[in-house]
Design a protein around this ligand. Structure first.
Ligand code: GTQ
Length: 363
């Protein structure tokens, strides 16, 4: 057979194959099985000064009846945002994140779903989240969990707007095709435990009430900022981790696993002038700047940040952090490491010479 007729035969073969919804691996293997992770999400940063006005305006536009459900402006990673016609709510390939606003006197209705959620409180006080009968006060710097499958709603009894960061594993469950969601039969669920039940049981490190030995899902529902900050200040007297300086993970005190089930989270402190060594890992991360200013170099691009900014480190992207301020910087971050670890996909690498060459500035 000459080359021309062979080409022609291939062309017709591919057409017939496609018609029958079949595909040729020999042509596709390079794009299906890449040499290294090629996430769809890209390194990106949202300035608080750009996000905050939209959150505020949503406060004027959106009410929280069953139609509103939750008032959240979510982050749409430009690499992922247009892959689905309705607009992906994906910050990284697996994680959704958004800024939620609850105004004084408001209530958000009770529902449950098989997505896991974590919350990091940005500003305000006087609001509570109710998780499976436990009413939990929320204050700036606190970390809270809403484990998959538990009823949850929010109520605000204070007098200033309450703003927090939500992170859920929505894109992951969407891709797995396993989403469940259900409304509670009434607007709010009944409160069945004393307020801040978790804090009455978990007020000292390393101590667990004996009744919680088999309480695997949500023994500790809130991690107060005052405890986290003190723990980091003490850790700060020791040698820093080369890649993350001083960082504390929020864990389930019964199992030692990530408090947020499929979602990992940590609070990280960078002393003034501190510059971490660069590394990369399979898991992706979403960072939120709680205090301080500095920059993070991601894949050679410099992302300058200050309080309130949110940025994304996609899977397998080189990154290093620098605090350029005169005080400690506190970076909250959330990640899909628990998923990667449970699937035995996690691995990491150190950048050969410690620091990347900065080739561009993120605009
Ligand atoms: O507060 O329950 O950002 O169900 C997305 C889905 C928050 C919540 C989100 C939710 C919630």
């Amino acid at each position: 057979m000459d080359m021309q007729s062979l080409d022609e035969r291939f062309r017709v073969y591919y057409e017939r194959l496609k018609e029958k919804h079949l595909g040729p691996l020999w042509n596709s293997i390079g794009s299906i099985m890449t040499k290294e992770p090629k996430p769809k999400s890209i390194p990106y940063l949202w300035k608080w000064k750009d996000v905050a006005p939209f959150v505020k305006e949503a406060g004027e536009l959106v009410t929280l009846d069953r139609g509103g459900e939750r008032r959240v402006v979510f982050f749409r990673n430009p690499g992922v945002a247009d892959l689905e016609p309705w607009g992906w709510g994906a910050a990284t390939d697996t994680l959704y994140a958004g800024i939620q606003l609850l105004l004084p006197g408001e209530k958000a209705p009770s529902h449950r779903h098989n997505q896991s959620a974590i919350r990091f409180i940005i500003q305000g006080s006087g609001a509570f989240t109710i998780v499976e009968g436990e009413r939990i006060a929320m204050e700036a710097g606190d970390f809270l969990i809403t484990p998959a499958g538990l009823w949850h709603d929010h109520v605000h009894e204070g007098d200033e707007p309450m703003i927090w960061l939500d992170c859920l594993d929505i894109p992951l469950l969407y891709k797995l095709g396993v989403m469940f969601f259900e409304n509670f039969p009434e607007f709010n669920q009944p409160v069945t435990f004393p307020d801040n039940y978790a804090l009455l049981r978990y007020s000292a490190p390393g101590l667990r009430p004996i009744q919680d030995r088999n309480n695997l899902v949500a023994p500790q529902t809130v991690f107060k900022w005052s405890f986290t900050k003190q723990a980091l200040e003490r850790l700060g007297q020791l040698e820093p981790d080369p890649y993350d300086a001083y960082a504390m993970e929020y864990i389930n005190p019964v199992t030692g696993e990530a408090a947020g089930q499929t979602i990992g989270a940590m609070m990280q402190m960078l002393p003034p002038g501190h510059h971490t060594r660069a590394h990369r890992h399979v898991h992706s991360a979403i960072y939120h700047v709680f205090e301080g200013s500095g920059y993070t170099v991601i894949e050679g691009v410099r992302f300058a940040w200050e309080k309130g900014d949110t940025f994304v480190i996609p899977n397998w992207a080189w990154h290093e952090h620098v605090n350029t301020g005169s005080r400690s910087a506190y970076l909250f971050s959330t990640n899909d490491r628990p998923v990667m670890e449970r699937l035995r996909l996690e691995r990491w690498e150190e950048y050969p010479n410690g620091h990347q060459v900065v080739t561009a500035e993120f605009q």
